[in-house]
Ligand binder design. Sequence first.
Ligand SMILES: [Zn+2]
Length: 368
Amino acid sequence: MSRLALVRDPRFQKHQTPDAHPETPHRLVAIDNVISRFSLEHGLTELPPRAAETEQIAAVHKPSYIEKLHENALKLSGEKLIKLDGDTFMGAESFDTALLACGAGLVAIDAVKGGEVQSAFVAVRPPGHHALADKPMGFCLFNNVAVAARYAQTRGYRKVFIIDWDVHHGNGTQWAFYDDPSVFFTSFQQYPFWPYDSGWFTEDGLGEGRGHNMNIPLPRGTGDRGYLRAFDRLVKPVCQAFAPDLIMVSAGYDAHQDDPLGQQRISTAGYAMLSQRVVDLGRALGVPCVVFLEGGYNVKSLSESAVATMRVLNARNDSELGEVHASYLMPFAAASSNHITGDSSEHRVDERIDEVRGHFAKYWRVLR
Ligand SMILES: [Zn+2]
């Protein structure tokens, strides 16, 4: 039995964006190429996606919004695109592709629920974590991870823990579960950064959901050490205390040091180590992990880092894991050491982690 299911499909390339737009179909082609380079496809379980039903998407999005996107798609033909906001576009195939992207998450949930695999990687576009209940945002049409979390709850996963390590705040996911204590959302982001109206740690939930939304706003240039420290000091203890039935990840790779949009200086080795933290948490809690592709706009660093995550999730034993991590660390150890000065000094990063820890200590005894 393989440990990892991969949900991918060439049809995810059919969502078109304008020339020079960073969210391009090439992102998925590059991931496919790196999967082949490692012959990874032989060792994992590949699953085709299915289109999500409107009712399943309506667990997160307003029916009027779903209908509006559908109407837009019916009006379009050929290469024509509609600009939905400053940087979000849709073409004739985008609505069907977005249904399929949402449905890919549901296939992944079914696979881990059925016990066929311990984890799943959902390699889709358009991405989802900025999509709001009633509008598209930041290249996203439907919130894939949020729709899958709601579906998971219908499949017996009562408590879901979502980790968002995209460089941008996962605002859509935050607002989807803001007053809901059954879904814990935590998001690492460069801060201040787009989207500028959300992502600070005092946005910590509403009503019964208070303390179940943990933003980790990190200074520009934080790097591997700071991300891993934030994971160990914040995410790990709170996740263990929350004791979820399922861990989900909004895995954006735009915090990579080579990404054109973010400046967080994560290395490929750093993404492998972050992925390892997730695997370790899942194992400690005895729960599956489902990982969703979000951002990442340097196709080389995106594809190598996404496959680093897949390799960690799919490793069968400690020896294989050791080989995976060594393959990222050895040639580039000097380049990825992340010695950064200025506003991203280790001291400032640690201070911010302590601030977040101090704020959440009133909700989570484990942080005191
Ligand atoms: Zn992003």
